[in-house]
Design a protein around this ligand. Structure first.
Ligand code: ADP
Ligand code: MG
Length: 394
């Protein structure tokens, strides 16, 4: 892309509009960042009550592959991004033939498929967990003696928040698990002894410029991100250096344009293994909304439009608590309203709710960012907020 797409009204009196495929919370926060800068926004999502659709200037309510819907989006938009990795790659190819699309369809296609994704990581020289592809019955027999047990069988496509995964200890369990996953292409990954999990978010522009945020330390519960902690000293300097270098090489090698999050395992011996990547802003980067001078969503806007990428500066230690639908129910399963007023009475708490109309267990309803003068203060406030909301201590 050669021309910068500037915000505001064009010389011919048109409002410059940015589009996003997908209307979830990530799309909503992209839309809000774009609007703050003076862009109009358009969202394509079939759900009339989608979190992003509810706050966007335009909302195309069709399926992701609907030709008319895609045509409407292209007509309106100067450039288009995506907010979840399962947007069908063919839709992005269609859009990309007519207007700037970032990230591009080919990069998204790699992130959509664990088999392609692992091959890409290996090509970049970044270690992955020992694994084998299970895509045909004969692959099951080849596992014998491969030292992949205990392992996790993961579907190659469409898994998220721990869905599409089964833990297996023996060849017999593996065969049964593959049946349970309907024999779709999978990877069997060896279970590794994790000391911690972390992620790195980079933003790479059309011209190859790249900036990154400080690595996030992530706690998952039941396969879903629960808590992210970001401050100097949250992990060893070796882990910081290696994870940032790995994320940058993964983005560069893909000629990636946009915001990319790479997730890592830190093993008990201190070594680093890459887990997966998300071709978009990431749940572990939500703290950037309140703790940094540019957020991951601001950088998504800048990468898409060709605006300059400035290195983000984190001005406060930060902890993010994910607010899952579980918090909307008491111990007996009766609906309740979480203690927002008490939580917002604590200094340095920033509430973000996504406007989802119905709470369900495990559903991401919002997040709470906690900032403060020092790590101890932030941690103390975060634990108190967690206690008020019924989130287990961390
Ligand atoms: P998802 O796409 O659902 O996020 P992940 O592959 O990231 O799936 O797995 C979810 C979580 O399961 C990880 O964050 C980690 O806690 C755990 N996990 C996944 N793979 C392994 C592994 N090979 N060894 C140990 N823990 C793992
Ligand atoms: Mg994951």
């Amino acid at each position: 892309m050669s021309q910068i797409i500037l915000p505001g009204t064009t010389a011919t009196g048109q409002q410059t509009t940015l589009g996003v495929m997908g209307g979830g919370q990530l799309g909503r926060m992209f839309v809000q960042a774009a609007q703050a800068m003076g862009y109009f926004t358009a969202v394509l999502d079939p759900d009339p009550a989608s979190p992003a659709g509810l706050v966007s200037h335009f909302h195309v309510q069709t399926d992701y592959l609907d030709e008319q819907g895609l045509a409407q989006l292209m007509q309106r938009c100067a450039a288009i991004t995506t907010e979840f990795e399962n947007v069908p790659a063919p839709a992005l190819y269609t859009l990309g033939a007519h207007c700037p699309v970032a990230p591009g369809a080919s990069a998204v296609a790699v992130a959509q498929d664990r088999i392609k994704e692992k091959a890409h990581f290996e090509r970049c020289g970044v270690p992955v967990a020992p694994y084998a592809v299970i895509a045909a019955t004969e692959h099951l027999a080849a596992i014998v003696g491969a030292d992949l047990f205990p392992g996790i069988l993961k579907t190659a496509r469409l898994g998220y928040d721990g869905k599409g995964q089964i833990r297996v200890n023996t060849c017999a369990e593996l065969a049964a698990a593959w049946d349970a996953l309907r024999q779709v292409p999978c990877v069997l990954e060896k279970m590794l002894p994790l000391a911690a999990e972390c992620s790195v978010i980079v933003a790479r522009g059309w011209n190859g410029d790249m900036v990154h945020f400080f690595p996030q330390l992530n706690l998952h519960r039941d396969g879903i991100l629960a808590v992210t902690q970001v401050f100097e000293g949250n992990m060893t300097s070796a882990t910081v250096e290696r994870s940032v270098a790995a994320a940058k090489s993964i983005a560069d090698d893909l000629q990636y344009v946009g915001v990319l999050c790479v997730e890592f395992f830190v093993l008990q011996d201190g070594s680093l293994v890459v887990n997966e990547m998300a071709p978009r802003p990431h749940n572990s980067g939500h703290y950037t909304l309140d703790a940094c001078d540019v957020s991951q969503f601001d950088l998504q806007v800048r990468t898409l439009t060709g605006l300059p990428l400035v290195p983000p500066r984190q001005h406060s230690p930060a902890i993010m608590l994910n607010l899952l639908g579980d918090l909307w129910f008491d111990a007996d399963g009766r609906p309740i309203t979480p203690a927002w007023s008490e939580v917002l009475g604590l200094p340095g708490t920033h509430l973000h709710l996504y406007g989802k109309l119905q709470a369900r267990k495990g559903r991401k309803m919002g997040h709470l960012n906690i900032t403060g003068a020092d790590v101890e203060a932030v941690r103390a406030t975060a634990q108190r907020a967690a206690g008020l909301l019924g989130i287990p201590a961390f």
